[in-house]
Design a protein around this ligand. Structure first.
Ligand SMILES: [Zn+2]
Length: 115
């Protein structure tokens, strides 16, 4: 478990989006700069798969802010509850209208750490 994941979980734990809190047991964060240089991936700085967060930059550096880790962990949380619905939405709904994408953005906004 990394500090970045624990901090993101602490933020999401303040929300009640799903019946069970997000589990970070077994969640991996991988930094794969080359992946985000591919044409289809260039627009993203992070990408969530079940139990896996892919990042362009190392957590805490470059584009991989605490907000980004929180956003991607929210997607992991969504997939822990509704993997098929999330997958179907990715296939059928435009990115900017995807309710799971909008939910992850709101989760970040609603748990902003004020300094
Ligand atoms: Zn997203």
């Amino acid at each position: 478990m990394t500090g970045e994941l624990a901090r993101a979980k602490a933020r999401l734990d303040r929300l009640r989006l799903y019946p069970r809190p997000v589990s970070i047991r077994g969640v991996r964060m991988l930094t794969l700069p080359w992946l985000f240089r591919l044409p289809r991936m260039r627009r993203y700085d992070g990408y969530a798969l079940p139990w896996t967060i892919l990042l362009r930059d190392r957590p805490g550096s470059g584009t991989a802010s605490e907000d980004l880790v929180c956003h991607e962990l929210c997607h992991v949380w969504q997939m822990q509850h509704h993997p098929l619905r999330v997958f179907r939405a990715w296939l059928t709904v435009p990115y900017e209208q995807n309710p799971y994408e909008l939910e992850a953005r709101r989760a970040v906004e609603n748990t902003k750490i004020l300094s």
